[in-house]
Design a protein around this ligand. Structure first.
Ligand code: BES
Ligand code: MN
Ligand code: ZN
Length: 490
């Protein structure tokens, strides 16, 4: 990612200058200086290009004079509408326009320091690339940006506003890396190993293998893992950031980490199966979230737990019809081995309650295709037994652009997962498929405050968005970081 700097307004003598401009705005401050230095070439150029400052509008003027290689005007829309997400989107658009420049100066001197910081966040978020496995890419196709300097009126305030955002961006990048890794590389053991890097940030990391989990009675999680040559792992990450006087129950985040989901014996069709490498996005998000919280030294005690397995068909794989005993003691008839995520979560959630008695639990999982049918790719599905927690999550989602839509729970849905021979079965039929999946998880939360985010439609994007290149989105890192910051610190 490019280095971000906040500097006093001064005209660069060369390179690119970026002008974020609202609708109807007249050039002021650094932008006006630049216009004067180029003998009015900028205002004439923008006029000729019919640049109006509309949201998302981007116009490039080449070699306008004064040594500048280019001036990029970015539309911010109506001044009154300019909020955090708008500033971020402008930052993203800006990055795309300057990707071939080594350095750029942004005339952000007309913006409040917090908005300038959000704009910088947008630049950073959009700069993400997963290029580990490209060996033949041409030099001219690679982005070049090393440093983006935002000229602001108050550098101290802007720097202070950006510092925590940088930590969050680091968490987002970690999640995107984990989710993008191919499934032959990112096995459960490999993913667990990578969690150890968080110790550098002050996170305590504990890794449990099949032996330990067998002792804990993780029959549901291990049932999924048994068909794979890859051993299962559970990783427990602890961030103790609450001040001494404020110690209490920790907050808990739990992620589904199926490093590859073939469906098992209930095997999936071949077309698009490669997408199932990102069936560990829930876990990836929890890991990135822990990195973000620790990186910005959040004043809260937080635990992150991820259940890591690979779902494969083999001679050892579990069968449709098998009955497994979960860590909670409840038995589950496995009707469909492709409904594996809920089996993994059942044991990890039970462990989380027994071990940490958390203040609340939020689980994240690419759990059902049905949530994509219900909500498309615009919202995650939110299920909760706690209205306060649910509305806080919705609000944090709106503030960060990672939105969730609340879905119902209820007795009638719960009936759909009654089994003839065990305490429950792992599928409830096609009607309300995401809801019956949530009902299944709810049977393991012991009535504690809990929310479930079904991120099957939001963890991965098949198209570029303002601040996300196509691919892993890290949906949830920013939302849940915000949830913690807004309600559970200090
Ligand atoms: N990982 C999938 C859900 C999924 C599907 C995520 C498509 C992203 C895109 C999950 O394990 C699964 O296979 N769910 C089944 C459940 C069914 C068997 C009840 C599904 O959604 O088809
Ligand atoms: Mn599945
Ligand atoms: Zn799955």
């Amino acid at each position: 990612m490019p280095d971000i700097a906040f500097v006093k307004p001064a005209l660069p003598r060369s390179g690119a200058l970026v002008l974020p401009l609202a609708e109807e705005a007249t050039l002021a401050g650094l932008a006006k200086q630049a216009d004067e230095a180029t003998g009015g070439a900028i205002s004439r150029g923008l006029e000729a290009a019919k640049f109006k400052g509309r949201k998302g509008q981007a116009t490039t003027l080449w070699a306008p004079g004064a040594g500048l290689s280019k001036v990029v005007a970015i539309g911010l829309g109506k001044p009154a509408d300019l909020a955090e997400t708008g500033a971020e989107a402008a930052g993203g658009t800006m990055f795309a326009a300057i990707a071939q420049e080594r350095e750029a100066v942004v005339a952000a001197d007309g913006l409040a320091p917090a908005l300038a910081a959000s704009m910088a966040m947008g630049v950073v978020l959009k700069s993400y690339r997963f290029d580990r496995y490209r060996t033949t890419e041409k030099e001219e196709d690679k982005p070049k940006t090393e440093r983006v300097a935002l000229a602001v009126s108050d550098t101290t305030k802007a720097k202070a506003a950006f510092a925590p955002l940088q930590a969050v961006a680091d968490g987002v990048f970690l999640t995107r890396d984990l989710v993008s890794e191919p499934p032959n590389v990112l096995t459960p053991a490999d993913c667990a190993e990578r969690c150890k890097a968080l110790t550098k940030l002050g996170v305590e990391v504990e890794i449990l293998g099949p032996k330990e989990m067998k002792k804990l009675g993780f029959g549901a999680l291990l049932g999924v893992a048994q068909g794979s040559a890859q051993e299962a792992r559970m990783v427990v990450m602890k961030w103790n950031g609450a001040p001494k006087a404020k110690k209490g129950k920790p907050l808990a985040f739990i992620g589904k980490g199926v490093t590859f989901d073939t469906g098992g014996i209930s095997i999936k069709p071949a077309g698009g199966m490669e997408d199932m490498k990102w069936d560990m996005a829930g876990a990836g998000t929890v890991i990135g979230l822990m990195a973000a919280l620790a990186g910005r030294k959040a004043k809260a005690d937080v635990v992150g737990l991820v259940g890591l397995v690979e779902n494969m068909p083999s001679a050892n794989a579990q069968r449709p019809g098998d009955v497994v005993t979960s860590a909670s003691g409840q038995t589950i008839e496995v009707i469909n081995t492709d409904a594996e995520g809920r089996l993994v979560l059942a044991d990890v959630i039970h462990y989380c309650i027994e071990k940490f008695d958390p203040r609340f639990m939020v689980d994240l999982a690419t759990l059902t295709g049905a949530i994509i049918i219900a909500l498309g790719h615009e919202h995650a599905g939110l299920f909760s037994n706690d209205d306060t927690l649910a509305s806080r999550i919705e609000a944090a989602g709106r503030a960060t652009g990672e939105t969730a839509w609340r879905m119902p729970l209820g007795e009638a849905y719960d009936k759909q997962i009654k089994s003839d021979i065990a305490d429950m079965k792992n599928v409830g039929g096609r009607p309300g498929g995401s809801i019956t999946a949530a009902q299944f998880i709810q049977r393991f939360v012991q009535g504690k405050p809990w929310a479930h985010l079904d991120i099957a439609g939001t963890a991965w994007s098949s198209k570029d968005t303002a601040t996300t290149p196509k691919g892993a989105t890290a949906y949830g890192v920013r939302m849940l970081d915000r949830l913690v910051a807004e309600h559970y610190e200090g």
